[in-house]
Design a protein around this ligand. Structure first.
Ligand SMILES: Cc1ncc(COP(=O)(O)O)c(C=O)c1O
Length: 393
């Protein structure tokens, strides 16, 4: 399988881990030799309820037995996507009430950028250095990492960059700005949280100049930071909220939510202002609805903060220079990229899945399923500490 994977399936890097996956359950993924790997990554923050959660599986199966794709997005009223959008609205503050469902995070970012332009009649977008918002052309245009986008220029014009957490840069947001797009917690950059009321200040500046604030919660959203959405921790409500990853409960999804007043603009002048064939797919929406219900009705969000404290207590070692992030969105920082690589690869051999972050080579990603147990956290952290001990010798 590995040879065919490398030969026939397009690759994203020269050295994929290429683990041959057999099955997955709860906090574990099993390879074809039936070796169990404890999952501290959750498909890169995309499986908040772990693998094959029975409520998610049942919801998918029930929907499969009724129907799959019947019509393009937005024409027919279908139970699962309607209930999903309604449940999101119920859990969001005013004026975030209307949701557009897409197939991926990057596609939701594209929709959000378009909506900001459509709503303001302006073209300038402001993003942050070291931001990651996805890999299609619009999303890549607002990616704050030149090295990875140079080869694909020209990209969107009229995009400017500010430094995250830098208040002086806020003056670059002006009456020319259609939208300011920020990750609530910068992911690829190394799980950088907003500091000193930064998001509140961005909100104020956007209000002053009439620009829309787009918060990308594709990674921090869906309970990972102890609240359903990260912005709830920072006293700042965006005009457009972008969601993805964990919302699908392991299925591909994206979504952007705004006020009805804004969202309704996509219906007219021009009509069909944003369209998709498969967005809001009933099987995916059924999976997302079951996931969102479980997360909002259980204690998982509050537990994420307790589990963070357990990680912070256990992950103490001379080669750990910092632990960044919030809740179950944690980045362990080592003194060098080489040490980080060794930790990730050696832990893999020991049956613990860890991963890299996009732009911070010293960071080890720890984003387990929210359902991970304390015993599993203790077990995984002891593997990390043992591996670090060996590296230190
Ligand atoms: C913050 C953020 N925005 C956007 C995306 C893009 O989402 P997708 O890979 O579903 O297109 C990601 C994916 O890693 C992300 O972390």
């Amino acid at each position: 399988m590995k040879q065919d994977f490398l030969k026939y399936q397009a690759q994203t890097s020269p050295h994929p881990l290429a683990m041959e996956v057999s099955h997955a359950n709860g906090s574990y993924i099993y390879d074809t030799n039936n070796k169990a790997y404890l999952d501290f990554v959750a498909g890169v923050s995309a499986t908040p309820l772990g693998h094959n959660h029975p409520k998610v599986i049942n919801a998918i199966k029930e929907q499969l037995d009724k129907y799959m794709h019947v019509m393009v997005y937005g024409e027919y009223a279908q139970n699962a996507p309607v209930k999903l959008a309604k449940l999101l609205a119920k859990n969001l503050p005013f004026p975030l009430e209307k949701t557009y469902l897409t197939n991926s995070g990057t596609e939701a970012i594209e929709g959000a950028l378009k909506l900001a332009k459509r709503a303001t009649g302006r073209s300038e977008i402001i993003s942050a250095n070291n931001a990651y918002h996805g890999n299609t052309m619009g999303s890549m245009s607002v990616m704050g990492y030149e090295e990875r986008k140079q080869a694909f220029r020209p990209l969107l014009p009229d995009v400017r960059f500010i430094n995250f957490n830098n208040e002086d840069d806020l003056k670059l947001i002006t009456t020319k700005t259609a939208g300011v797009i920020l990750e609530t917690i910068q992911g690829g950059a190394g799980f950088i949280q907003p500091e000193n009321g930064y998001l509140e200040k961005v909100r104020k500046r956007c209000d002053a100049v009439g620009a829309l604030l787009i918060l990308d919660e594709i990674q921090p959203g869906i309970g990972r930071t102890g609240k359903l959405f990260g912005f709830e921790n920072y006293n700042c409500i965006p005009d457009i909220l972008v969601i993805g990853k964990g919302l699908g409960g392991g299925m591909p999804i994206g979504a952007f939510t705004a006020s009805s007043q804004h969202m309704d603009l996509l219906q007219n002048n021009p009509k069909l202002g944003h369209i998709t064939t498969f967005g809001g797919h009933p099987v995916i929406a059924a999976s997302a609805l079951a996931t969102l219900k479980e997360i909002t009705e259980s204690n998982l969000m509050a537990e994420a903060l307790e589990k963070e404290q357990l990680f912070r207590k256990l992950l103490v070692h001379p080669l750990i220079t910092d632990i960044r992030g919030k809740g179950l969105m944690l980045a362990l920082i080592t003194p060098s990229a080489d040490i980080t690589n060794s930790v990730i690869l050696q832990c893999h051999n020991e049956g613990l899945i860890l991963f890299w972050l996009l732009f911070e080579p010293k960071a080890v990603r720890i984003t387990p399923p929210l359902t991970i147990s304390n015993d599993e956290i203790i077990k995984g952290c002891s593997i990390i500490i043992d591996v670090l001990d060996k590296i230190k010798k």
